[in-house]
Design a binder for this molecule. Sequence first.
Ligand SMILES: NC(=O)c1ccc[n+]([C@@H]2O[C@H](COP(=O)([O-])OP(=O)(O)OC[C@H]3O[C@@H](n4cnc5c(N)ncnc54)[C@H](OP(=O)(O)O)[C@@H]3O)[C@@H](O)[C@H]2O)c1
Length: 259
Amino acid sequence: MIANTVGFIGGGRIARIILGGWKRAGFLPAEVVVSETNAEALEKLTAQFPTVRSTPDASWPLGQMECIFVALHPPVLLDALKPLVGHLRNDAVVVSLAPKVTVARLTEALGGFARIARAIPNAPSLVGAGFNPVSFGPKLDETGREQVLRLLRPLGACPVVPEEHLEAFAVLTAMGPTYFWFQFQQLREVGRSFGIAPAELDAALAAMVVGAAQTFFGSGLSAQDVMDLVPVKPMHDAEEAIRIAFKSRLSEIYQKLKV
Ligand SMILES: NC(=O)c1ccc[n+]([C@@H]2O[C@H](COP(=O)([O-])OP(=O)(O)OC[C@H]3O[C@@H](n4cnc5c(N)ncnc54)[C@H](OP(=O)(O)O)[C@@H]3O)[C@@H](O)[C@H]2O)c1
């Protein structure tokens, strides 16, 4: 059974990404209820998805949804679950989208409710090209697991991974697009200054980026040999600073998520 009724606690960016991905795939569940405390975020979400119902109360009707996504940042997440205690239907599945907060802590915050999954989605889910690794709590049965996967599949890949790897994916695949998007935009701006028409330029850059990834990850050549394929590197002198930023900043945020 595909969940027809879905709730979100937190209606910010990732809720909009997931709803957008479902909408694009023609998969928007029949009933979506969102609890969002920020008026501006709620307005943005409901303007984009007018069929979504908002509720100021996280216990009802949210607790009656078949699947509830917890789309909150770790510091506020556990407190926000309190209103759900005792209000969840027996066959509901709670899916946390946050790093750091484990299934064990979620179960405890939910008063022992253990039909829990965790997923770390990424923004390309908006266009059905997401990479959304998921982990299941030990007490979630096959039906519940399949329920979660059916909701994630229209958004892209959803491999089942060990829970202890989710923070690594948060740093690599969830935050990952941000390491590249500003560079895409910079290339676009430079390209425009060269006089290439916007549509032609975007198509060219998208093809280059996809092709570069396929060559790096799929050609069978070593990383060194791939990088040696193009001898002219006009930005070579800036590379070291970027390498250092990758190493230090990403390790730092990973350590914070693992504490
Ligand atoms: N964005 C992504 O690409 C992405 C990818 C993977 C995982 N995630 C995870 O998803 C979670 C949410 O991220 P996000 O990017 O969607 O953040 P976001 O855009 O800040 O959305 C979270 C929203 O929840 C609201 N909120 C705070 N406390 C609440 C409560 N008690 N009840 C209901 N709403 C509440 C926030 O309002 P205020 O702003 O007023 O606090 C905010 O509008 C995080 O754990 C993040 O790590 C995000």
